[in-house]
Design a protein around this ligand. Structure first.
Ligand code: NA7
Length: 540
């Protein structure tokens, strides 16, 4: 008989882990959350760099499981800053007395499944071991930072930081010369803020992005009241949306409009800002290449109108389709390049060679500096699980199993790894995260309930279901869509941003609504594709 410490262990106390803990409590499942950080927050705990804020609109960047919580929390602005989201998640944890079930400063380093005991043993960096029946990974899709292996970093005499591991106490860049490497969503948020304080900021850009103005603004009380009154409908719309947003459609495709009408629509979308530009301007912006190019040309025109230096403006203009890389939202990004103290350098044509004692050396230039900031992205979706030594039924590790890319069923289960569930796992949905994790947590809860009703305690994705799911995702990636072009432009969502990583679709490219339909079909068919059984009863 194996003694269980908990029925379920959840790894990670960000949005996903907190949501899952709530679900487990509702089901009466004893659970513990193991969290590497010193507080809740996940992404929001670690990414404290200046300028960090949501790219999702505040009203749907929230937990939807409690009507009371939705009514009592007031977001201040349309795109809340890191500090506000962190404060919100701390509030959720306190409001629902979650901290008593969370062990902080506890990094999970290994987990192995024992078939005879039908139990997982979870080991931590500090040397503790916990035994549980169900292991639920809520480790986040963008949690393991990717730092290119530039030679010489250890020689650098200045300070260096990762946006994804920003020190709690902050960094003082006043009067310093700063080099920023990376112009994805993190770099785009950071650069205008750093530029306000630093003596000089040199931005090393490899690929320009289409940066859409966020149009951040305070939320007024009338809007707040209106949303709170109809929150159920807000969530229903978000679950039905491609990216989990409460957004409508344009109701029109570009070809139905005259050039003058197209122009007016683009200007209106640009004024609304954020992802509304993508989803509410034309319904075919991410599906029809001609419409996509219309939007791309429009943004390039805006860049040239904002950025005064012609050479800099041209360097900032992308040439690939909009949405082949995840477009960041800007808060004065292009405007920052009009400052005297900001310089843009092209490290696509002149790549970074090494970090020296004094700064960053490219093939043709030396950028002396006091501070280097790496905003170089993440080992997305798979990095968190493959950096833990997770071993399944026959001792195979996830790292070995996923050598050629992740293989899962629904992004929730893996064959050979019984009773392991993933929230926001690879091959699930990439959309507005609170909506995704709410859905997957509830889905896992439904699976556990079905098992309990049937007197079962073991569930495992079948190899056939995993094979079919992978084939379906591959087929989606082979379709001639804009998202599927991510591989050519080095997008993280197909693993193409990390050298040596397998290029496979890391999420369900057909959108959240399609993903939910697939999961619902599986649930309706009594969790078909998962083998379920009862093991000899274990003592607790
Ligand atoms: P991203 O979007 O992956 O951006 C990483 C940036 O770092 C990107 O501009 C990369 O250029 C750049 N990078 C990476 N390696 C190098 C090297 N070797 N040399 C120069 N530049 C390099 O990560 P973020 O953290 O900004 O955003 C991730 C997600 O978080 C975002 O999509 C949102 O969903 C939230 P590249 O484009 O590869 O040429």
């Amino acid at each position: 008989m194996t003694q269980l410490d908990y029925e379920a262990i959840v790894v990670g106390a960000g949005f996903g882990g907190l949501r899952m803990l709530h679900e487990l409590r509702e089901l009466g499942v004893s659970a513990c959350v193991l969290e590497a950080g010193a507080d809740v927050g996940g992404t929001w705990y670690w990414n404290r760099y200046p300028g960090a804020r949501t790219d999702s609109e505040a009203f749907v960047y929230a937990m939807s499981f409690s009507h009371e919580l939705l009514q009592e929390w007031d977001w201040s602005v349309r795109y809340p800053a890191q500090e506000e989201v962190q404060r919100y998640l701390a509030y959720v944890a306190d409001r629902f007395d979650m901290r008593r079930d969370i062990r902080f400063d506890t990094r999970v380093v290994a987990a192995s499944y024992d078939e005879a005991a039908n139990a997982w043993t979870v080991s931590t960096q500090a040397g503790d071991c916990f035994v549980c029946r169900y292991l639920i990974s809520a480790t986040g899709l963008l949690s393991v930072a990717y730092v290119p292996d530039f030679p010489g970093l250890d020689r650098f005499k200045g300070e260096w930081y990762l946006t994804a591991r920003w020190p709690n106490e902050g960094v003082d860049v006043s009067g310093k010369r700063v080099v920023v490497i990376g112009t994805g969503a993190s770099g785009v948020q950071l650069i205008p803020q750093i530029a306000l304080l630093a003596e000089h900021v040199t931005v090393l850009q490899r690929t320009p992005n289409y940066v859409i103005p966020a149009r951040n603004a305070p939320i007024d009380q009338a809007e707040r009241i209106a949303v709170k009154r109809e929150y159920d409908a807000v969530w229903a719309r978000a679950r039905a949306h491609f990216f989990g947003f409460d957004m409508g459609t344009a109701g029109v495709v570009a070809a139905e409009l005259t050039p003058a009408e197209q122009r007016r629509a683009l200007e209106a979308g640009w004024e609304k800002g954020g992802f509304r530009f993508v989803f509410e301007t034309f319904d075919d912006m991410t599906t029809d290449p001609a419409t996509n190019e219309l939007a791309c040309a429009f943004i390039r025109e805006k860049i040239r109108a904002i950025v005064r230096d012609r050479k800099t403006a041209e360097l900032l203009c992308p040439t690939y389709p909009l949405a082949a890389k995840r477009p960041p939202l800007g808060h004065g990004y292009y405007e920052a390049f009009n400052r005297e103290n900001v310089t843009l350098m092209n490290v696509a044509s002149d790549p970074i060679q090494e970090i020296t004692e004094r700064g960053v050396r490219t093939a043709c230039a030396v950028h002396d500096c006091d501070v280097v900031i790496f905003a170089t992205g993440f080992d997305a979706f798979t990095g968190a699980l493959t950096s833990i030594d997770v071993r399944g039924r026959d001792g195979t590790s996830i790292k070995e199993k996923w050598r050629y890319g992740p293989r899962t069923f629904l992004g929730i289960g893996i064959d050979g790894f019984p009773n392991l569930f993933m929230i926001s796992g690879p091959q699930s949905s990439f959309a507005n995260i609170p909506v995704v994790v709410d859905y997957t947590s509830r889905w896992i809860g439904r699976a556990l309930t079905a098992m309990r009703t049937a007197g079962e305690d073991r569930i495992e994705a079948t190899p056939e279901a995993v094979g079919e799911w992978c084939d379906m995702l591959d087929a989606l990636m082979r379709r001639p869509t804009i998202l599927a072009q991510g591989e050519q432009v080095g997008s993280w969502f197909v693993g193409a941003n990390v050298p040596g990583k397998a290029h496979t679709p890391l999420f369900h490219l057909a959108g959240l609504s399609a993903y939910i339909k697939d999961c619902e079909r599986v649930a309706a068919e009594r969790f078909a594709g998962f083998a379920r059984s009862a093991s000899p009863t274990l003592a607790r």
